[in-house]
Every structure is written in structure tokens, then in C-alpha cells.
Design a protein around this ligand. Structure first.
Ligand code: AMP
Ligand code: MN
Ligand code: MN
Ligand code: MN
Length: 280
């Protein structure tokens, strides 16, 4: 088992735990290196760094950037980013502004099917930054009894073709990769098995990602089956992409997978942390 987890969320975005609570849990679970990768926000990293110092955890600066690519939403992880790089700071801020507008659109769609006050209800579930996403609507809908759990509320209301879904244009792939690599970080495609991409489209995405300076793939995701891990390991090896690993933990009870407890990297894969000084 790896004691490295490079993908998780705090209440700065759509996680349940504060950065400090997240670090406490990571320490209890034997995680030695943790990247906090909140959606489109880096505001939790300073608190996480202070907490990590008291628990002997190495905290990696991370972020998970929402990207639109060929009409689909793709998540790009930035690892070991520099928090002072202005294009990154400003780019993330513009995505968060977009989230506010999208939230109004989602609420308007839900209103059409008779679900009222969802905007206020969703905002009531956000954290100190007020960053709003579908998870906050999901929690509101569950509270009101429209669905029994996260899985069913997404299936019923919040995905493409369902009444609470609205199309949204996120950052361009080129922008996200520039913000990350320009800051000195590594760009990784998050949970690549979760996009349902066919072989040709996946190859196009990988071609474009590599051409733009992306260098890593999250082959080990807690949501990947062993078969998916192996399939993406094949892509990583053949394209010489670094391999990342993450639980994508959002909170106890809400996530199926907890922090840490990730399988070892497949043989022949190069870890994303190869050149990180903490590991020398
Ligand atoms: P957003 O970035 O606002 O579109 O929200 C995306 C987030 O919603 C993901 O990061 C997950 O936390 C959550 N999510 C998406 N799909 C599902 C699902 N099927 N079940 C549970 N959570 C989901
Ligand atoms: Mn999320
Ligand atoms: Mn994601
Ligand atoms: Mn995530």
C-alpha cells in the first residue's frame, strides 16, 4: 500500500472536512505525503501546510482545475504548483466566478420542475469561500428528500440530460496546463477512466495534453478498477507520462473511498514524485 495520496478535497471546495481536519484524518490513516487538490481554489493550502507540519506529513500544493474540452468536462490536477503565480491565481478566480453564474442557471432549471430556493439551499452548504458546485446542490436535494444519497441525486438531477444540469464552459485545456506548468507544477489528467472516452477520443486527448506540456496521468485513482488501472498504465508507459495516485476523498460517509490505502504503481511506471526533493 502507498502512503502517498495526491488527490483530495476540503471544505474550501466540495469536501466535508476543513483542511486541518483533513490532515488529522490523513495522519490517522498513515498517509505520509498528501496533496490537497480542491476544485479551482488554492485557498486551503496554507492552513493545510501548517496542520501538516504538526503531523509530520509532507503537504504538496495541489489544485483540480475544471476544463472544457470538445464539449466535455475534464479535470486537470496541478501538483507542486507555485501559489504566487499570478496567471494561475487569476485563472482560478475566473473559474470561480463562472461557478456562481452556473449555480444560478442550475437553480433556474430546478425551479422549472418545482424545486424552489435551491440556490440559497446550495449556498448554505458551501464552505468559507462560498465556492459552489453540483455537490452543494446535491446535498440540498438530499436534505429536502429528493434523493436518498449522492449517487442517486446525481443520476436523477445533476448530470447531462437531467433537469438540474446546465452546460457550462470551463477553462480551456491549454489555459489550465499553462497555469500549472507556468507556475512550475506538473499537470496530470485526473481519474481518466471516469470520462467514458472511446479509444480514439482518448488518444486525441492524450495527444493534445502532451503537446500542450501535460506530463502526468492519474493512473491510480480509488475509483478505478484494477483493469482500468492497467489500461491507463499502458498509456502512461507508451507515452512516457508520469503516474499519479489519489483517493479523490471528499468526506467520511460521502466518499466511497477514504484517504490513502492506494495500491502500488504498476510496474514500469514512473511516479510523478520522481524529481520531488522531499523524496530524495
Ligand atoms: P462540479 O465541479 O460543480 O461540476 O461538481 C463536480 C463534483 O461533483 C465532483 O468533483 C464530485 O465531487 C461530484 N460528483 C460528480 N458526479 C458524481 C456522482 N455521480 N456521484 C457523486 N458525486 C459526483
Ligand atoms: Mn468534487
Ligand atoms: Mn474530479
Ligand atoms: Mn477530485
Amino acid at each position: 500500500m502507498l502512503d502517498i495520496d495526491l488527490h483530495c478535497h476540503s471544505s474550501i471546495s466540495d469536501g466535508v472536512l476543513t483542511p486541518t481536519q483533513l490532515i488529522d484524518r490523513a495522519a490517522q490513516r498513515g498517509v505520509r505525503v498528501l496533496a490537497l487538490t480542491d476544485h479551482d481554489d488554492i485557498a486551503g493550502l496554507n492552513e493545510a501546510r501548517s496542520a501538516a507540519a504538526t503531523k509530520n506529513i509532507t503537504l504538496i500544493n495541489g489544485v483540480e482545475i475544471s476544463v472544457s474540452w470538445r464539449g466535455r468536462t475534464i479535470h486537470i490536477l496541478g501538483l507542486n504548483i507555485n501559489l504566487d503565480y499570478q496567471p494561475l491565481v487569476e485563472g482560478l478566480s475566473s473559474i470561480r466566478d463562472g461557478r456562481k453564474q452556473r449555480a444560478e442557471n442550475i437553480a433556474a432549471e430546478l425551479e422549472k420542475i418545482g424545486i424552489e430556493n435551491s440556490l440559497e439551499g446550495a449556498y448554505a452548504n458551501t464552505g468559507e469561500r462560498g465556492l459552489i458546485g453540483r455537490t452543494h446542490f446535491a446535498r440540498f436535494l438530499i436534505e429536502k428528500g429528493y434523493a436518498k444519497d449522492m449517487k442517486s441525486v446525481f443520476k436523477k438531477y445533476l448530470v447531462k440530460g437531467k433537469p438540474g444540469y446546465t452546460h457550462h464552459e470551463w477553462a480551456a485545456l491549454s489555459e489550465a496546463i499553462e497555469w500549472i506548468t507556468g507556475s512550475g507544477g506538473i499537470a496530470a489528467i485526473a481519474h481518466p477512466a471516469r470520462y467514458g472516452l472511446g479509444k480514439n477520443v482518448l488518444n486525441d486527448l492524450l495527444d493534445e495534453f502532451c503537446a500542450l506540456g501535460g506530463t502526468a496521468l492519474e493512473v491510480i485513482s480509488a475509483s478505478h478498477t484494477p483493469q482500468q488501472v492497467e489500461a491507463f498504465a499502458v498509456h502512461a508507459r507508451s507515452r512516457h507520462l508520469l503516474v499519479s495516485c489519489g483517493s479523490d476523498f471528499h468526506g467520511p460517509g460521502e466518499s466511497h473511498y477514504d484517504l490513502g490505502q492506494l495500491p502500488e504503481l504498476p510496474s514500469g511506471c514512473t511516479p510523478v514524485w520522481r524529481d520531488w526533493k522531499y523524496f530524495q
